[in-house]
Design a protein around this ligand. Sequence first.
Ligand code: ADP
Length: 237
Amino acid sequence: MAAATADPTGVRSMQRLGHAVILLGPPGAGKGTQAQRIAEKYKLPHLSTGDMFRDNIRRETELGLKAKPMMERGELVPDDIVLRMVEDRISQPDCRNGFVFDGFPRTLAQANDLERICGKYNFGVTVVLHMVVDAALLMRRLTGRRICKSGGHIYNIYDRPPKQEGICDQDGSELIHRPDDTEGVISERLSAYEKQTRPLAEYYRTRKQLSPVDAMAKADDVTASIAKILDGAETPR
Ligand code: ADP
């Protein structure tokens, strides 16, 4: 009965570790879906810089107004804006036991600054989950993606459709098509990933923090392989 006594929820292990968990991979790799699941399993906050920007845009804050045109074009938001927002979020008490980052860092400058922030707040080991996926699959995943308006639950009209078209299975709210999930903007986002974000894989590989994950597998299998990596992660100093 080893499984029954071994912390089936995984809560204890992650609270002890205080890890910074990062999902690295191109748009459409499934970072959002997996980040939601890991955050729930390990009771850690799910931090998505994309969601933070979209929330600021909805509330028409100064930050949202600055980020909006760049997001609409599929370009990255400048590092100084992102970093101020991220440090502010990480310093909140709910991040004390660690957090799951989805969509950050996306540039070398952001990765360097995250290292500084993790040192400042005394976080443990940074685990970078590298979501490896075939480029041909990404366009299909992104053009088919639909997101629940209230809870952010993610569907795909081709591969993971909701039971009722346009309605979230989990909370019954409306599903929306993100304005940057259109072909032209997706191409821009993929090219920003290639130029600015892909070098981070090498950055984390040389620091021995990179764990590859087969993101082409079924969502449940991807979650299982991520859990295996996190459960085996080293305890920090
Ligand atoms: P995806 O990973 O599917 O492209 P996100 O929701 O993570 O979607 O990001 C949407 C947009 O938000 C990006 O195209 C970019 O404009 C902006 N953005 C999000 N995170 C960052 C970041 N860390 N640095 C710069 N821009 C960001």
